[in-house]
Every structure is written in structure tokens, then in C-alpha cells.
Design a protein around this ligand. Structure first.
Ligand code: LLP
Length: 433
């Protein structure tokens, strides 16, 4: 039976498998910490969006900030996906993965002139513009190079997505997007500026959203704007409804992508906007549940209280070789991510804090988790396919983990483990005796 929220991850006998590969075996072969992804799971997640959008002009633009490994990009590109990028670095990655720039939208509040120039040179599909100043700069950059920048304005619909404050982006107090009440004036400005061509409108209200409600509210406000903008003679070709759909980490029950998209499309059709091209920018919901972080148990450090009793005077610690630098989400958002043993033991579980070797008390992956594991065995943090590797750092001069992609019983190393010498390459000693 597969584990909650992780359709391709299940025990076979005592061993935890991802698709047809044993995670302990992959860990022994490639070392730990190790990110492992299910290709089947990624493609199935994309298919949910595609099924709902079939028969109409659309582009699903994978928000690659969630997981930008070249093999992940290649997987989605081959399935016909577009990409949402937020930096010049992400642009170089999609190009390296062989993605057509005409399937790339460029989001982000702080694009530099150099990034704009490069994106114009390669010919991205659209810039999602987040402020009036950015419009002016983009107009200058495009005019100077004799190019036309296709633009969509990211409007801030001022709706509460009901998610963690760090990942909520559609409220008035957020730095994102153009305030709803200024949007029409901004569109008039965009239409008047040289070097720009208005093509669409977009919103993105936050991440790990578990309800359809906030999307519908934002959509209604967006459609009101589209009508007001077109009444001023500025045609809007596409509607980009952003990303943000949540996944199951614990007991969240977000709608499926297909259900969410279907209800949004019903609203779009009912209001007479069904002829427009539809875009989405999902990140987490395409890759989150497809990945795990596998880590070796280095030390078990029992607390001084009764075994496994969290009410005891001290905690039990399970010290593993993955840390906050490999997976930031627990330390940064107090995110709860399921942790399981890669090999089941017929022994009572001990409640422990799963922590890494980094010298910070904030370095934990899970608190008060029941686990039956021995030193030298492996644990897996589930739902780690999104915002895991991409947020990893080299804190404590720890090389970043290796990554493996699995499809059926095949497994490919898709990123080498970072070696210590690579971490200080590019640093210089002072020329002093
Ligand atoms: N579009 C834009 C403009 C975005 O800013 C984002 C995510 C997405 C799409 C994709 O959102 P998703 O479908 O993945 O929710 N590091 C945090 C999440 C940050 C999300 C940032 N923006 C986490 O680990 O929970």
C-alpha cells in the first residue's frame, strides 16, 4: 500500500520502494543524503492539469523553482510543458535542458536589465511584470535592442490564500504584483509604452493552498479587470492563474489538479471568457509528492526519560546525515514532513526528534516522531520533491546531496554529490606571506 500523499512510494514486505526500486539499495549505491524522484509520479501530476485543459488553447508552465534539476526539466519538456522562471540562472537551466524559449514565462519582482536583455534575446513567451517601474525599464531595454517584449501584468487580487505567511503572496501587504485598483491604469501605460506588447494577465496568490475558494475569488476579480481593460481597447489574449495548489504532507486534502482546473474553467466559461488561452504555473503540485530525501541514521541518542515517552525529562534524538542545509522547510516554515524508516522492524517505535549534524538547534527535520530504526539504517523524508534540493545550501561547508531519478526499475544519477573542494573553488587566499 502506498503512503499518504506519495502514490509511488510503498512498502513491499519490509522494504520501502519508490516505484520498483528499493530506497535502501539506492542509498547504499549512491550514498546519503540522497534525493530520489519518481518520474512516473511527476508525469501523472502533470497529466491531471492536462486532462482538465484538453481541447482548449493552454500552456502549463512548471514553476521550476520547486525543483530545477535538468532531468526534471527535461521530463516535463518532453511531456509538452512550458516553464515559469524567476531568474537569469533559471533561464540558463531551461535552455540547457533543451526547452524552447517560446514556452517560457519570466516572473519575479526584481528582474535586472541584464536578465531582461538575455530573455529578450532568446525570445521568451512573456514577461510577468510586477510593477510600473519594471514596465518602464522593460520598455527601455526592449526599445534599445529593437525587440518587442510580450507582457502580462501580475495583479495582486488581495485575497487570503489561507496559507503560511511566508508563502502567501496575494494579499495587499505582500511585495508581489500590481495592486488591483492600479491595474487598469498600468495596462494603459503598458499599451502606450514603446517596445511592449500586452498579451495577458496573471495572478499567483500563494503556495500550499488547500481550497478552491481563494482561486475562485481571485479569478472573479481578474475577470472584472479583463473586462475593464478590454473596454479601453487593450486586448488580453491569455489568463495565467498562477500556481499554488497544495499537496498532502500530513492530513491536508487539497483538491486534485483536475478538480481545481475544472472548477476554474467552469467559471471562466460561465463569464464568457472561454475563448482565451489558459495558463497555470504549478510547482509543488507537480513534483512535491514525487520525491523523498533518504538519509542514514548516524547516532541514536536516548533521552534521560523513559524510553519513547515525550513527557520524560529529555528527548530522544535520532541524528541523521541530512540536515537543514539539505532540506530547509522544517527549519524555515516549521513544516511537517512525514518521516519513515526505509526498512520496517518488528519492534516498538521510539518517539524521537530527527535532527541533522548542523550546529543549530533549529536543525531538525521532524519532531516527536515514532521510529523503529537502528544506526546505519536509512530513513526517508517524504514529499520532499518540491523546495528541497532547490533551497539547499552549503552551510557548515556541507556539499549538496546527490539526486536520482527513478522510472519503474530503472534509476539514473541525475546530479553528482558535491565534493568539498567544489565548495571553495573560486575563493582566494590573500597574497600575504
Ligand atoms: N508562480 C509564481 C509567480 C510563484 O512565485 C510560485 C512560487 C509559483 C508559481 C509556484 O507555486 P507552487 O505551485 O509551487 O505553490 N519555498 C516555499 C514555497 C515558495 C513558493 C514561491 N513561489 C515552500 O517550501 O513551501
Amino acid at each position: 500500500m502506498s503512503l499518504p500523499g506519495a502514490p509511488q512510494i510503498a512498502y513491499r514486505g519490509d522494504e520501502l520502494f519508490i516505484e520498483d526500486c528499493s530506497l535502501s539499495e539506492l542509498a547504499r549505491r549512491h550514498g546519503t543524503p540522497l534525493y530520489v524522484y519518481s518520474r512516473t509520479s511527476m508525469l501523472a501530476a502533470l497529466a491531471g492539469y492536462e486532462r482538465a485543459l484538453a481541447g482548449r488553447e493552454h500552456l502549463v508552465c512548471y514553476a521550476m523553482k520547486a525543483n530545477s534539476n535538468l532531468a526534471v526539466l527535461q521530463t516535463f519538456a518532453q511531456a509538452g510543458c512550458g516553464f515559469d522562471i524567476v531568474s537569469g540562472g533559471e533561464l540558463e537551466r531551461v535552455l540547457a535542458a533543451g526547452v524552447a524559449p517560446s514556452k517560457v514565462v519570466f516572473s519575479g519582482v526584481g528582474k535586472t536589465r541584464a536578465e531582461m536583455r538575455r530573455a529578450l534575446d532568446v525570445g521568451v513567451l512573456c514577461f510577468n511584470v510586477e510593477s510600473e517601474s519594471e514596465l518602464e525599464v522593460l520598455s527601455q531595454v526592449a526599445s534599445a535592442s529593437g525587440a518587442t517584449a510580450r507582457v502580462s501584468l501580475r495583479v495582486n487580487p488581495d485575497v487570503d490564500a489561507g496559507t503560511h505567511p511566508y508563502i502567501s503572496t496575494g494579499l495587499k501587504g505582500n511585495k508581489f504584483g500590481i495592486a488591483h485598483e492600479h491595474a487598469v491604469a498600468c495596462y494603459e501605460r503598458a499599451a502606450a509604452l514603446p517596445g511592449l506588447q500586452v498579451v495577458g494577465i496573471d495572478f499567483h496568490i500563494g503556495s500550499q493552498i488547500a481550497d478552491t475558494g481563494p482561486y475562485l475569488d481571485a479569478l472573479e476579480r481578474m475577470l472584472d479587470l479583463v473586462e475593464a481593460i478590454e473596454a479601453r481597447g487593450i486586448p488580453i489574449h491569455h489568463l495565467d492563474l498562477g500556481g499554488g495548489l497544495g499537496i498532502t504532507y500530513t492530513d491536508e486534502a487539497p483538491p486534485s489538479a483536475q478538480a481545481l482546473v475544472t472548477s476554474l474553467l467552469a467559471r471562466i466559461d460561465a463569464r464568457g471568457h472561454g475563448h482565451r488561452m489558459i495558463m497555470f504555473e504549478p510547482g509543488r503540485s507537480l513534483v512535491g509528492n514525487a520525491g523523498v530525501l533518504v538519509s542514514e541514521v548516524l547516532y541514536l541518542k536516548p533521552g534521560t526519560g523513559p524510553n519513547g515517552d515525550p513527557a520524560g525529562s529529555a528527548k530522544n534524538f535520532c541524528i541523521v546525515d541530512a540536515a537543514m542545509n539539505d532540506l530547509m522547510r522544517p527549519a524555515m516554515y516549521q513544516a511537517w514532513m512525514r518521516i519513515v524508516a526505509c526498512r520496517l522492524r518488528d519492534e516498538p517505535a521510539v518517539v524521537c526528534d530527527v535532527v541533522g549534524p548542523v550546529c543549530e538547534s533549529g536543525d531538525w527535520l521532524g519532531r516527536d516522531r515514532p521510529l523503529a530504526v537502528r544506526e546505519g539504517e536509512f530513513i526517508a523524508v517524504l514529499s520532499a520533491g518540491a523546495y528541497g534540493m532547490t533551497m539547499a545550501s552549503n552551510y557548515n561547508t556541507r556539499g549538496r546531496a546527490a539526486e536520482v531519478m527513478v522510472a519503474g526499475d530503472r534509476a539514473w544519477l541525475i546530479r553528482d554529490r558535491e565534493a568539498a573542494t567544489e565548495l571553495f573553488r573560486g575563493e582566494h587566499l590573500l597574497p600575504l606571506a
